[in-house]
Design a protein around this ligand. Structure first.
Ligand code: CP
Ligand code: NVA
Length: 325
């Protein structure tokens, strides 16, 4: 069958739906480089021709269960389902952890009887892992303390739109070695990009995830560098990326972090050390005056709203890859 909308290729290359273990996307390296390319291809097509996919997920249901607040992730998954002809059902845990009320294995097995996929946002990454172990429908990580794969897919898709071939693109991440940083390292490794990370000494990315990113990079030609010097990290970068200094769940450390992270603020001076055509990237929400200066995030070279827009197209591509029949 001619694959005029790109869906058949992505569906054929995903794990078979009848497989005992469904394809979960709970960390970036649940996807192969080919699967990432399929997601990007589908996202580009659905972005260009949204109406062609208006019925792609008719009769399909997504549960969206969030322990933490969200604008982009919740909205893009829920709107994504609607604009593909499917439905979503949202459950806010009121900032309580899922297992506070009921064992994770029971919640997962209930939901898997009702819906076709589950998007989760949790404090602990082990919640997503345990949920996935007990779910016979795909589980999508909409952010945990360790990973944010829907964000990193979006970010490299956006960078590809801006810079072209990712194998020639350099992204510098400056700030906390957090969930977004981990996912950018892994996704950069899968896409063959050059990712340089600069964090304070006390807030590096997890060494085992740096090692995993380098292992993936060995197969794709990517380069993954870590260090503590933001000035050096941004040199020659096509994109300078930062995130909040205190992620959700780490608010109690905000004052201490605010002192330590000052040299990692993306100022016009730091941004000016990147390539002259470099873009500024941030997953949002941003704290202006903390991790980024107003002049940078509001500059014509800020790509933050392109990223935010692309969250929708990537969410739709992920949903189609996992759920289309
Ligand atoms: N970037 C991101 O995940 O935003 P939300 O926390 O608003 O979902
Ligand atoms: N690192 C941030 C990302 C928010 C989208 C957090 O976890 O709060």
């Amino acid at each position: 069958m001619a694959d005029s909308n790109g869906l058949a290729t992505a569906v054929a290359r995903r794990r078979a739906p009848e497989a005992e273990v469904p394809l979960h996307i709970i960390r970036d390296d649940d996807l192969t480089p080919d699967a990432v390319a399929d997601v990007f291809d589908l996202a580009a097509r659905v972005k260009a021709h949204p109406r062609r996919y208006a019925h792609a997920l008719e009769g399909r249901y997504l549960a969206v269960i969030f322990e933490k607040r969200s604008l982009r992730t919740r909205f893009t998954f829920e709107l994504g389902m609607k604009t593909l002809g499917g439905e979503s059902v949202f459950m806010d845990t009121g900032q309580q952890r899922i297992p506070d009320r009921e064992p994770i294995c029971d919640v997962a097995r209930n939901l898997a009887r009702w819906v076709d996929a589950i998007a989760l946002r949790t404090f602990s990454h082990s919640t997503v892992e345990e949920f996935a172990r007990h779910s016979r429908v795909p589980v999508i990580n909409g952010l945990s303390e360790l990973f944010h794969p829907c964000q990193s897919l979006t970010d490299f898709f956006t960078l590809q739109e801006i810079a072209g071939d990712l194998r020639a693109a350099k992204l510098a991440f400056v700030g906390d070695g957090n969930n977004v940083c981990h996912s950018l390292m892994l996704m950069g490794a899968l896409t063959g990009a050059h990712v340089t990370v600069a964090t304070p000494q006390a807030y590096p990315p997890k060494p085992e995830l740096v090692a995993r990113a380098r292992e993936l990079a060995a197969a794709t030609g990517a380069v993954i560098e870590t260090g503590h010097d933001p000035q050096r990290a941004v040199e020659d970068a096509h994109a300078v990326y930062t995130d909040v200094w205190a992620s959700m769940g780490f608010e109690a450390e905000a004052d201490e972090r605010a002192r330590v992270f000052v040299p990692y603020r993306v100022t016009p001076e730091l941004f000016g050390r990147a390539r002259p055509d470099a873009v500024f990237m941030h997953c949002l929400p941003a704290h202006r005056g903390e991790e980024v200066c107003e002049e940078v995030i509001e500059s014509p070279r800020s790509a933050v709203f392109d990223q935010a827009e692309n969250r929708l197209h990537i969410a739709k591509a992920i949903l189609m890859m996992l759920l289309a029949k």
